[in-house]
Design a protein around this ligand. Structure first.
Ligand SMILES: Cc1cc2nc3c(=O)[nH]c(=O)nc-3n(C[C@H](O)[C@H](O)[C@H](O)COP(=O)(O)OP(=O)(O)OC[C@H]3O[C@@H](n4cnc5c(N)ncnc54)[C@H](O)[C@@H]3O)c2cc1C
Ligand SMILES: Cc1cc2nc3c(=O)[nH]c(=O)nc-3n(C[C@H](O)[C@H](O)[C@H](O)COP(=O)(O)O)c2cc1C
Length: 446
């Protein structure tokens, strides 16, 4: 045996290093328990575009929890084939957007799982399909999902429940099916939205002289109750209907709770006979200052913002600037320095430059890094907002390469499709699809 102290020290150091390495290796490669579902737990899989489905998923989970049954909610974006193959029972909640399309958050599911040959013989499922009968393909995605599940061998627990424009009776029907599954008799009323009273405190026409219909800036304060929402959320307004009751309409919130009020940009819509739209007419013409609107604000998860370190490209037209403005306000408040590029389209620079002074202020102070506006009725311009994407293709590619997230708000017809095509041309279809599936391309279009 050596009695050389130097050799002893080296030997000890070698053992310590080996132990440290082994410990690190075990720690690094240890098989971590998966976020395991409780045995017998029901999976609630939700695909929502504007947040209604998310709310129903949470209420469904709560109905199970109240009956002492474990259940968990998972977004379609996070669902893997093993979730389906391993599950005994799944409740699907699926809305339809665009023209019979799946919500953006279900893009990966549709592409990777619904085209798969997976067999699901052991699976029982229930389906709540959300849609609106005014669209040609009523519940298009819900029905496609139902067909795929059946063809994969899964067994439906009951006929799919289809909800037309939030129809309370259909939602109650779903609740009844849940009660049968859980064995619970308690059936609290979930369907009626809990509207609160909000007082109109300001209304200002933002586009006097415009060739388009009036676009009004409205501000409401809660009569009592909290101001609680984040950029991207949507207000549901109950407008008095001539047939009695309240007609439900949605508006993007254009401000933040820190403003002390919920602000909107609302365009007066006209019917083919020239009469004002029910809700937009009531909000912009009938309701007086100091008058009360029934309203609630709903979380719109799919349009919440990225962190302050992510650059944003914000694209919109018309009243779509409302949903983008709340994001810019949030960026200004957080002093985000990652950059924000607003592309906005309207009719005339002279009359339709909504929130012009505010946008210029943000540009001067750095909240906005770039501002590109197009005006389709101005001689010398005549372009729609999507033209900016193609004209500035190199910059768009550069922003996306730097990690930018793209947020689109405004018209479905005429704008969202054109913007999508232009982005596909500039970035490539696969890259754009990746942006959708990683939450870097988000849309709030109507
Ligand atoms: C997520 C979301 C966000 C939105 N954000 C905004 C926003 O920020 N600002 C904004 O201004 N709007 C927004 N909207 C649109 C808004 O919800 C309403 O759809 C809009 O104000 C029109 O409602 P209305 O009750 O005035 O019109 P309605 O009376 O419902 O009429 C709407 C339109 O339908 C057609 N129509 C209605 N009745 C008939 C009929 N009998 N025959 C033929 N056609 C008919 C007409 O074209 C009419 O203009 C948003 C919508 C969604 C889904
Ligand atoms: C832009 C847009 C497009 C829509 N397209 C359809 C459609 O093609 N078919 C349908 O049944 N419903 C359609 N709807 C209605 C939604 O499915 C319905 O409002 C649903 O309740 C939304 O649920 P969500 O908030 O969970 O996405 C559309 C709604 C919007 C705003």
């Amino acid at each position: 045996m050596s009695d050389d102290p130097i050799r002893w020290i080296w030997a000890a150091l070698t053992v310590v290093a080996w132990l440290a390495f082994t410990g690190w290796t075990i720690q690094r490669f240890r098989v971590r328990p998966a976020a395991a579902a409780q045995p017998g737990s029901t999976l609630i899989a939700v695909a929502s575009q504007t947040g209604f489905g998310d709310e129903l998923a949470e209420m469904t989970r709560k109905a199970f929890a109240d009956a002492g049954r474990p259940a968990r909610v998972k977004f379609f974006a996070d669902i893997e084939p093993t979730d389906l193959i391993g599950a005994a029972r799944i409740l699907f909640i699926a809305s339809t957007t665009g023209e019979g399309d799946a919500p953006d958050s279900a893009s990966r599911f549709v592409r990777r799982i619904m085209t798969d040959q997976t067999r699901l013989e052991g699976l029982e499922y229930g389906l709540l399909a959300l849609g609106d009968r005014t669209y040609v393909e009523f519940c298009g995605f819900g029905r496609a999902l139902d067909g795929w599940l059946k063809s994969a061998g899964a067994r439906s627990l009951f006929d799919a429940v289809e909800v037309d424009n939030g129809d309370a009776a259909a939602v109650r029907h779903w609740q009844g099916e849940l009660s049968r599954l859980t064995g619970s008799v308690a059936a609290p009323d979930w369907a009626a939205p809990a509207y609160a009273d909000w007082r109109l405190v300001e209304r200002r026409l933002l586009n006097p002289g415009s060739p388009g219909e009036g676009a009004w800036h409205l501000a409401f304060e809660p009569v009592d109750g909290a101001l609680q929402w984040v950029a991207g959320d949507i207000a549901e307004v109950g407008a008095p209907s001539p047939e009695g009751g309240l007609a439900h309409r949605e508006y993007s919130v254009a401000s933040l709770p820190a403003d002390g009020r919920a602000e909107f940009l609302i365009r007066l819509m006209r019917r083919p006979d020239g009469t004002p739209g029910l809700a937009s007419g009531w909000l912009t013409e009938t309701l007086g200052i100091g008058g009360i609107a029934r309203m609630r604000i709903r979380a719109n998860r799919a349009f919440h913002g990225p962190d302050a370190a992510t650059p944003m490209i914000l694209i919109g037209n018309g009243t779509g600037i409302a949903g983008l403005r709340s994001h810019l306000k949030a960026r200004a408040a957080r002093k985000a320095t990652a950059g924000a590029w607003l592309m906005f389209g309207e009719r005339t620079a002279a009359h339709d430059s909504f929130h012009d002074a505010e946008l210029r202020g943000w540009l001067a102070e750095g909240t906005l890094t770039r501002l590109d506006r197009t005006f389709s009725r101005d001689p010398g311009d005549g372009r729609y907002v999507q033209a900016v994407i193609e004209a500035e293709a190199d910059s768009v590619r550069d922003w996306v390469a730097r990690g930018a997230a793209i947020y689109v708000c405004g018209s479905l017809e005429g704008m969202a499709g054109g913007v999508n095509t232009a982005l596909e041309t500039v970035l490539g279809a696969d890259a754009l699809r990746d942006l959708v599936e990683t939450g870097r391309y988000r849309r709030d279009v109507y």
